[in-house]
Design a binder for this molecule. Structure first.
Ligand code: UT7
Length: 349
């Protein structure tokens, strides 16, 4: 059975840099607070009208496809991870297919937030192993800047997130021990609401009141996204940051160890860990817990903020471009986020 390998990788971040001090124009915050709690110094924001989650994905995908030595017409499946799609539906996968003039191939969108890219990679890996596809485009892309609460009320969330995209092309390899060695996917929906964007959605408070409310005629049709919801700023993401932090620092090390042990490795064998760029303090905690040296972990949240599904492919691409990943290196990707969902992928480059 073939294994899958990353044959090409690309990234795209918008030109517009937003520093911590820039955010002070909109909310009560400080460069010191943001850097001390998150490590973030700046992030990129997409152009309001000319750049979307899909256009950024196309930029990253174009580079990944070129580096794989193929053309968009050779891609036989698209998997697109995002929580900030251009449209509520259809997904961004079909928009990439259209924009890149690909054949009438399958396109799948994945809604797994911070762990979306690792989930997407795992799904692609299965399709390669079964021989169903030979050139899969896996993308993570986010345009957060369009949907954040930039008032002081939303500052715990809005200062963290940035925009950008990363993409890889997955192909089969028969070279023994090369490529994706294992992937592990997990979820625990118990705390689904503590890092979530409730609207637009069909919940109508079903989960919070634990019963379907009895709506009158006037309310029906307003439930999906009502004026009242917008007036009360319920169209922004909600996060109980400290609770997410506590869970993340447990699940990150667990899922990394799961990946290493599944293939008979220890932390000492790891050449590079690319953790989802949620918060530099989380990554540093994980590094310390696993006793990894600085050169065994790559972080770039300082420059780009948290780009959710795009953070791992952006960091992976940047590390590779900087020569930090060489052929034969053991690389672990690990993510944790909303859901909660968490995941890892172990790769022999
Ligand atoms: O990738 C998605 C997964 N998400 C994560 O992994 C995020 C995990 N959590 C975190 O990264 C951290 O919890 C945050 C960075 C979000 C927040 O840091 P914290 O140290 O947990 O702060 P906190 O929420 O406990 O808030 C502490 C104080 C509060 O003020 P009071 O109540 O002590 O007066 C907040 O109102 O900091 C205040 N605060 C801010 N102050 C300045 C919250 N956000 C800001 C801000 N600027 N941007």
């Amino acid at each position: 059975m073939p294994q899958s390998k990353i044959a090409g990788i690309g990234m795209y971040v918008p030109e517009h840099i937003v520093t911590n001090n820039d955010l002070k124009k909109y909310m009560e915050t400080s460069d010191e607070w943001i850097e001390e709690r998150t490590g973030i110094k700046e992030r990129r924001y997409a152009h309001r009208t000319n750049e979307t989650t899909t256009t950024m994905a196309v930029e990253a995908a174009t580079i990944a496809i070129e580096r794989a030595g193929i053309t968009p017409q050779d891609i036989d499946f698209i998997i697109f991870a995002t929580l900030s799609p251009d449209y509520y539906f259809p997904g961004c996968g079909v928009l990439v297919q259209r924009a890149m003039k690909m054949k009438e191939i399958g396109a799948l969108d994945i809604r797994n937030q911070c762990s979306g890219f690792v989930y997407a990679l795992s799904v692609a890996d299965q399709f390669i192993k079964t021989g169903m596809y030979k050139n899969i485009l896996v993308v993570g892309s986010e345009k957060h800047s369009f949907g954040l609460d930039f008032t002081t009320r939303g500052r715990n969330v809005s200062v963290i997130f940035g925009d950008g995209a990363g993409a890889v092309v997955l192909q089969p390899t028969t070279q023994e021990g090369q490529g994706i060695l294992n992937t592990h996917l997990h979820s625990d929906g118990e705390s689904a609401e503590i890092l979530a964007m409730y609207n637009p959605g069909t919940h109508a408070n079903h989960w919070t009141t634990n019963k379907v409310a009895d709506f009158d005629e006037a309310e029906i049709g307003q439930m999906f996204m009502s004026k009242d919801m917008i007036d009360h700023d319920q169209n922004f993401p909600f996060m109980d940051g400290p609770a997410v932090f506590k869970k993340a620092i447990v699940k990150f090390p667990e899922v990394i160890m799961e990946a290493l042990q599944a293939s008979g490795f220890t932390h000492a064998d790891l050449n590079l860990l690319i953790p989802h760029q949620a918060n530099l303090r989380i990554a540093q905690f994980v590094q310390q817990k696993l006793q990894l040296r600085n050169d065994q972990v790559y972080n770039n949240i300082q420059q780009y903020g948290n780009t959710t599904a795009a953070s791992i492919p952006i960091a992976l691409c940047e590390a590779w471009q900087m020569g930090k990943i060489k052929e034969g290196d053991l690389v672990c990707l690990a993510a944790f986020g909303s859901g909660f969902t968490w995941a890892s992928a172990l790769i022999r480059w």
